[in-house]
Design a protein around this ligand. Structure first.
Ligand SMILES: NC(=O)c1ccc[n+]([C@@H]2O[C@H](COP(=O)([O-])OP(=O)(O)OC[C@H]3O[C@@H](n4cnc5c(N)ncnc54)[C@H](O)[C@@H]3O)[C@@H](O)[C@H]2O)c1
Length: 269
C-alpha cells in the first residue's frame, strides 16, 4: 500500500484516522466535499463530490487502497441518502474497479442490522435488518461490495461500525462502542491482511456488553485493546433520572433509529 485514499476525510472518523495512520503508509490522499486542513508531508488533499463520477475517477487515480467513509452518516430524507450513500458509493466502487484498485475498507454500520433485538447476539452471517433509510443504504453498500468482490476480485472489508469515539456516551453505546485505536487496527487489517476477499466484521471494541459475536474479526487477527466497561458507572450516573426510554428503542439494537417513524405498533399489539 503506497497511496491510501480516505473518503469523508473531513468527518469525525476521517480526521482521527488522518492522525493515527500518519506515517503508516507513504501517502495518505484525503478527500471530502468540504474543505480539509492543508496537506502535510506524506499527504495529498482533494475536494470531490462523490455523486460526480468524473470527479470520483480523478479522486481514485493512482491509489492502492481506499478507506470509504464518505457519505451521509445518519438518517435523512431519501434524496439525500440516495445521492451520498447509493450513487456516491456506487461511483467509488465502479471508479475503483476501472482504476484497478485492489482493496476497499467500507464503513458500514450497526444500523444495517439495527432491527435485531438486543436480547440476541448476532454474528457476521445474519441477514441485514436495516432500521432506517440510512441502514438500507449501508446494506446496499455491503451488497455492492460483495458483487465487486465476487465478480471483479476486489478485496473488501466491511466494518459494521457501532459507535466511534473517545468514550461511550450512553448505555446503548456501552454495547457498541469502538475506540479510535481499535478502529485503526481494524482498518489496517482491511488494507493489509493477505487473505481478505469479502468479509463483514463488527467495528466494536472488546466490550463486555457487546451484542455481537465478532469471531470473524478475531479470525482475521483483530485484538481490540479497549472495553467500555470502565465507563459504565459514569454513564449510569449521567442517565439517572432521565425520562423512560421509548420501548421500541430499548428493545432493538438500533435504538432510536428503530423508534423513529415507527408505525407497526398497532399491528404488533
Ligand atoms: N461515527 C460513527 O460512530 C459511525 C458509526 C457507524 C457507521 N459510521 C460510518 O462511518 C463513516 C464516517 O463516519 P463519521 O462519523 O466520520 O461521519 P461524518 O458525517 O462526520 O463524516 C462524513 C464525511 O463525508 C462527507 N460527505 C458526505 N457526503 C458526501 C458526498 N456526497 N461527497 C463527498 N463527501 C461527502 C462529509 O462532508 C463528511 O465530512 C460514515 O460512512 C458513517 O456512516 C460511522
Amino acid at each position: 500500500m503506497k497511496r491510501v485514499l480516505i473518503t469523508g476525510a473531513a468527518g469525525g472518523i476521517g480526521r482521527s484516522l488522518r492522525e493515527t495512520l500518519r506515517g503508516v503508509y507513504p501517502i495518505l490522499r484525503l478527500s471530502d466535499r468540504v474543505a480539509l486542513a492543508p496537506a502535510r508531508d506524506g499527504e495529498e488533499v482533494d475536494c470531490t463530490e462523490l455523486a460526480d463520477m468524473a470527479a470520483v475517477e480523478r479522486m481514485v487515480a493512482g491509489v492502492d487502497g481506499i478507506i470509504h467513509l464518505g457519505g451521509i452518516s445518519g438518517e435523512n430524507d431519501w434524496p439525500v441518502i440516495l445521492e451520498g450513500n447509493i450513487i456516491g458509493l456506487y461511483n467509488v466502487f465502479e471508479a475503483a474497479r476501472q482504476a484497478g484498485v485492489a482493496r476497499i475498507v467500507f464503513a458500514t454500520s450497526n444500523h444495517a442490522v439495527g432491527f435485531y433485538p438486543r436480547a440476541q447476539k448476532i454474528d457476521h452471517r445474519v441477514v441485514p435488518r436495516p432500521d432506517s433509510r440510512y441502514g438500507v443504504s449501508k446494506a446496499f453498500g455491503e451488497a455492492l461490495a460483495s458483487l465487486y468482490s465476487d465478480k471483479h476480485g476486489m478485496a473488501v472489508l466491511c466494518t459494521r461500525i457501532g459507535n466511534f469515539g473517545s468514550r461511550p456516551i450512553d448505555r446503548r453505546r456501552l454495547s457498541i462502542w469502538i475506540s479510535p485505536r481499535d478502529y485503526t487496527q481494524l482498518v489496517r487489517i482491511g488494507l493489509e491482511h493477505p487473505d481478505i476477499r469479502y468479509e463483514i466484521v463488527y467495528g466494536v471494541s472488546r466490550n463486555q456488553r457487546s451484542w455481537y459475536d465478532n469471531s470473524n474479526a478475531e479470525r482475521l487477527g483483530y485484538r481490540p485493546q479497549d472495553d467500555s466497561e470502565p465507563y459504565a458507572e459514569e454513564v449510569r450516573a449521567a442517565e439517572a433520572g432521565a425520562p423512560p426510554a421509548d420501548p421500541i428503542a430499548e428493545r432493538y439494537q438500533g435504538g432510536t433509529f428503530c423508534a423513529a417513524e415507527y408505525t407497526a405498533r398497532p399491528r404488533r399489539a
